[in-house]
Design a protein around this ligand. Structure first.
Ligand SMILES: C[S@@+](CC[C@H](N)C(=O)[O-])C[C@H]1O[C@@H](n2cnc3c(N)ncnc32)[C@H](O)[C@@H]1O
Length: 281
């Protein structure tokens, strides 16, 4: 029997099968290319054309990093009577404790400092409201009170013992226009625009937070109101007071002006102290 038909049929089947498999593989490869674009085929966004840099031009500097805020207070060497806390280059003195009331009330104070001349130079009006900041025992408070019969003296201090002393003294002397007022180290606690003037005698240099205190006092002043600052003259070595309890006029001006006060005058008619006047514009 001839095997030829069987061989021919097998060969035809083999050729047909190989052809079909090849067509299917190529078709799938084409499908893959067309249906799933590769990364390289995804649309590319081109940057917008910019101006041509000038020949030799430097590329612009990167923006400067923001400057860190200067601290208001810094620490430094702690000298005798000092806190080691510095403000605008000045070391802040320690607060004088209420135990020193007798020194504030000393009988020879008029001879040494002439407080009566300082009070006369304030030229107070009978209706004035004046704050005595760092009033202590009220040496100045009770000498100003008779001059403002239709106004008042607000005596501000941070030591409750001083406040108690002031209240007892007011009763003893029979005044009704003195208000003892407890403040905080960084806040006078006076209402805004409530005073015509403020007096600070031998107190400012020991404020532990002078910037905040002066900002608070600035708010409490009426526009046009005055601050009168009495500090022992640091320029004068013959003034017998410890160095940290004295101030130069230049330093005092810097510290008042930084909160927005305007210097008006400095008078040196007192034996030991500068009499400096600043105004709230
Ligand atoms: C050396 S005494 C002067 C008292 C008064 N001015 C005199 O000349 O008789 C300073 C006073 O300032 C007060 N004092 C200190 N820091 C203060 C602040 N932040 N606010 C108010 N008074 C302050 C002290 O408690 C102290 O009674």
């Amino acid at each position: 029997m001839s095997r030829l038909p069987i061989i021919l049929a097998s060969t035809a089947l083999l050729v047909f099968g190989i052809g079909w498999w090849s067509i299917d593989r190529v078709g799938k490869a084409v499908d893959r290319q067309q249906g799933e674009p590769t990364r390289a085929e995804a649309p590319v966004e081109l940057p917008a054309p910019g101006p041509e840099p000038a020949p030799g031009a430097r590329s612009p500097d990167p923006p400067a990093p923001p400057k860190p805020e200067e601290p208001i207070y810094t620490e430094g060497p702690q000298t005798r009577d000092g806190t080691g806390k510095y403000y605008m280059g000045r070391e802040i003195a320690f607060v004088m404790g209420h135990q020193a009331i007798n020194w504030l009330e000393r009988s020879n104070r008029e001879d040494e400092e002439a407080p009566s001349k300082a009070i006369a130079a304030l030229a107070l009006k009978p209706t004035d409201v004046i704050a005595d900041i760092g009033a202590g025992s009220g040496y100045y408070t009770f000498r100003m009170a008779p001059l403002v019969p239709r106004g008042k003296v607000v005596a501000v201090d941070i030591q409750p013992e001083m406040i108690e002393f002031l209240e007892n003294k007011e009763k003893k002397l029979g005044f009704n226009n003195v208000e003892a007022h407890l403040g905080e180290v960084d806040d006078t606690k006076l209402p805004a625009e409530s005073i015509d003037a403020a007096l600070m005698v031998d107190a400012y240099h020991e404020f532990s937070h002078p910037r905040e205190m002066m900002q608070s006092l600035f708010r409490a002043l009426r526009p046009g109101g005055r601050i009168i600052l009495l500090e022992y003259r640091a320029e004068d070595p013959t003034v017998p007071i410890k160095p940290l309890h004295k101030m130069t006029e230049a330093q005092a001006r810097r510290e008042m002006e930084v909160v927005g006060l305007k210097w008006q005058a400095t008078h040196d008619f007192l034996p030991w102290q500068h009499f400096m006047v600043f105004v709230k514009p």
